[in-house]
Structures are given as structure tokens and as C-alpha cells.
Design a protein around this ligand. Structure first.
Ligand SMILES: *Cc1c(COP(=O)(O)O)cnc(C)c1O
Length: 400
């Protein structure tokens, strides 16, 4: 394989023409296969970020590729003004897999969260009987639900919010994992509690045991919808299909994205029963690309791969192994190693960026999250041998 330019060339182009809204590692990727990615200088890396869990199925999975190529030659976009032959089967398969009655397809995660917010408000007015424009949604400090103006408005992260106001009203923030605070925050106007079962961007923060199931009880008791944002934790990442299952919880509204397409295409969805999603009427909500045949065909196969290859079980088994081995590393820098399935955070007592850089030098791509946490979330197709290979290097970096 020949490349015309080295990585410096591409970095300079991006720096010149791109808004500087990211601070990436200076690795310029041009190919990926399974858990491995390759840069334009011919170096190979083990991907321990998996595009924030969008490529749970591994990079360029051949079956998903095949489905994408086949569909691309037939029909890519119909718009929802017309029907297509992929959306119905996609939503049927998604609902049957997840146990919800209905699904509303969108593209990005943030759009799905926005859709869930609209659905919850609509349900609040139409079913719960909240007075017009008074609906409240409870959210958690440290959340990450996306980047739209409404969503960053209820972020507790200063850099996500600063200079982007004024913000949408109707959101109330409680500390993450605090059952009493949730109970106290609920008013007759509360329509929903929006929560990540594990806060990924927040630093792989796992709430106290029993939090989600207690939250579910409180929501049920107060006629409030429990809305789980499983865009990152869902579809096998934590060793269950959904992280909510670790506490036996079935949220009223489930938000999925990222791995729903195995990284080929932005596909997201809101899942709920008829009582909620049945309230939408023609004209209420929409998206030009949502439910398009290409995305639907890709997502159908991405879900099949997840199940056929036993990736959920694999995440549980190899996640336990990876976590256990990481916990046994003796390092002065490590404060805590925590995780569920192949969703692991190593919290350091020093900024994590230089460790991410050192791992990169040794062929592992992992990004620091929230300054002090290294996240290890490789594609779920990773093997035990590949984990061992990574562990050797991680130990080296954490102990030198
Ligand atoms: C990534 C993510 C989102 C936003 O998804 P986008 O596709 O980037 O809009 C929302 N919630 C969670 C938990 C996420 O990890």
C-alpha cells in the first residue's frame, strides 16, 4: 500500500481548515480491521476506544460491509415522505431484540436524546396531565448526552456550556447516584428522569449498587418515565445487552446509537412502548435521514453480528479478565480500576494524557477521559491474546 503523504501533512491540513473543537492524538488513521487500526505512516495500533463504543463489532466488519455495499447499490435514501423496504424490518428486529413495542429511528445520539426529551414532554402533557410548558426532566451531574444547545444546557461541564446560552428551561440536576436527591427533585411536573447507567464521558463512573433499581422504583411510584441513555453503554459494551440489566431494570425509554450501526453510518433510535411513542402524530417530529434504507440495512446486520458472534457474552467474559488483570497491576499512579464488561476506567492520581501518549508510542490507542481517567473500551471482537498483548504494554506504561 502506498501513501502519498505522511501524517504531518494531514495534521496540518486539519489544523488549518478544521475548527479546533477537538484535541486529538496526532495519529492519522487510514485503515481499520477488527480491533486494529493503521495510520498513514504504516503503523499499527490496537484500538482501545472503539470510537466511543460505536465499533463494538470491530472496524469494517465484513458482514456489515457486505450489507452496506449491497444496499448502496439499490437505494440509499427515500426520506420519510415515502416508505422503504428496510426500515420496517429494522425496527421489528430492534424491538424484538430489546423487548420494546416501538422505535423511532434517528441518526446521531444527540438527536435520539432530543427525541426522547420531546417524547417525555409530550407524554407528560398528554398522559400525565402536566400543565402546558411546565414539564420538568431530572438529570444527573456529570452527564453526557450530546452537544445540541438543549442538551449542553443541562450539562454540568463548564466547557460544554460556556458561551452557548441561553439554554432550554425545564431541567433539574441532581448528584449522580443519589437516590434521596432524585426523590426530593421530583415534583408533580416531573415527566422523566434521564440517566446513563454508567457515565462514560464522565470518566466510566459506576453509581452505587442499587441506584438504578431504586431510581426505577421512585419513577414508577411517582408516575415519572425512566429514560436510560445507553448510547455508549448499550449493545453489549458492559457485558449485557444493556447496562440497565445489571440491576434488572427495564427503562420506560431506551436511547441507543453508536454501535447500532457498527460504525458504518450514524444510526440512533428511541425505544419505548406504545404509551409513549404512540403519541407522535404526523408532523410532530422528523428527520430527513432517520430510518433511511442504507442506515436501516446496516443496522440490521450490525445487530445480527452482535448476536451471532456472541459479542455480549464475550464482553462479559473478557471484560472480567481484563479488569482483574488491570486491578493486579501495582502502580503508584493508579487510584482505582473499575468497569463492567469491556468498559473499563483506570483512574489515576495524575493527568492521564501523558499515559495515553505513552500507550500510543507502544501501539495502543486509548484516550484520557476527564483528565484523570484512562478508558479501555476495545471492540468486543478482541481476543484474550490481544488483551494480554495490551496488558503487557499498559503495565509497562503505568509502572515506569
Ligand atoms: C456519544 C454519546 C451521546 C451523543 O451521541 P452523538 O452521536 O455524538 O450525538 C449521547 N449520550 C451518550 C451517553 C454518549 O456516549
Amino acid at each position: 500500500m502506498t501513501q502519498q503523504h505522511n501524517s504531518d501533512y494531514y495534521i496540518q491540513l486539519a489544523e488549518k481548515y478544521s475548527a479546533r473543537n477537538y484535541n486529538p492524538l496526532d495519529v492519522v488513521l487510514s485503515e481499520g480491521k477488527g480491533v486494529w487500526v493503521y495510520d498513514v505512516d504504516g503503523n499499527k495500533y490496537l484500538d482501545c476506544l472503539a470510537a466511543y463504543s460505536a465499533v463494538n463489532q470491530g472496524h469494517c466488519h465484513p458482514r456489515i460491509m457486505e450489507a452496506a455495499q449491497q444496499q448502496m447499490q439499490k437505494l440509499t435514501l427515500s426520506s420519510r415522505a415515502f416508505r422503504n423496504d428496510q426500515m420496517g424490518p429494522f425496527l421489528q428486529e430492534l424491538c424484538e431484540l430489546t423487548g420494546y413495542e416501538k422505535a423511532l429511528p434517528m441518526n446521531t445520539g444527540a438527536e435520539a436524546v432530543e427525541t426522547a426529551i420531546k417524547a417525555a414532554r409530550k407524554w407528560g402533557y398528554a398522559v400525565k396531565g402536566v400543565e402546558d410548558d411546565c414539564a420538568e426532566i431530572v438529570v444527573c451531574a456529570g452527564n453526557f448526552h450530546g452537544r445540541t444547545t438543549t442538551i449542553v444546557g443541562f450539562s454540568s461541564e463548564e466547557s460544554y456550556r460556556k458561551d452557548f446560552g441561553p439554554f432550554t428551561p425545564g431541567f433539574v440536576t441532581i448528584p449522580y447516584g443519589d437516590v434521596a436527591a432524585l426523590e426530593a427533585a421530583i415534583t408533580p411536573n416531573t415527566v422523566a428522569f434521564l440517566v446513563e447507567p454508567i457515565q462514560g464521558e464522565g470518566g466510566v463512573v459506576i453509581p452505587p449498587d442499587g441506584f438504578l433499581s431504586a431510581a426505577a422504583d421512585i419513577c414508577r411510584k411517582n408516575n415519572v418515565l425512566l429514560m436510560a441513555d445507553e448510547i455508549q453503554t448499550g449493545l453489549g459494551r458492559t457485558g449485557r445487552l444493556f447496562a440497565s440489566e445489571h440491576e434488572g431494570v427495564r427503562p420506560d425509554v431506551m436511547i441507543v446509537g453508536k454501535a447500532l450501526s457498527g460504525g458504518f453510518y450514524p444510526v440512533s433510535a428511541v425505544l419505548a412502548d406504545d404509551e409513549v411513542l404512540g403519541l407522535f402524530k404526523p408532523g410532530d417530529h422528523g428527520s430527513t435521514f432517520g430510518g433511511n434504507p442504507l442506515g436501516s440495512a446496516i443496522a440490521r446486520t450490525a445487530l445480527k453480528v452482535l448476536i451471532d458472534e456472541g459479542l455480549v457474552e464475550r464482553s462479559a467474559e473478557l471484560g472480567d479478565y481484563f479488569l482483574g488483570r488491570l486491578q493486579r497491576i501495582e502502580s503508584d499512579y493508579v487510584k482505582e480500576v473499575r468497569g463492567r464488561g469491556l468498559f473499563i476506567g483506570v483512574e489515576l492520581n495524575v493527568p492521564a494524557r501523558r499515559f495515553a501518549e505513552a500507550l500510543y508510542q507502544r501501539g495502543i490507542l486509548a484516550k484520557e477521559t476527564h483528565d484523570y481517567v484512562l478508558r479501555f473500551a476495545p471492540p468486543l471482537v478482541i481476543t484474550r491474546e490481544e488483551i494480554d498483548w495490551a496488558l503487557e504494554r499498559i503495565e509497562e506504561v503505568l509502572t515506569s
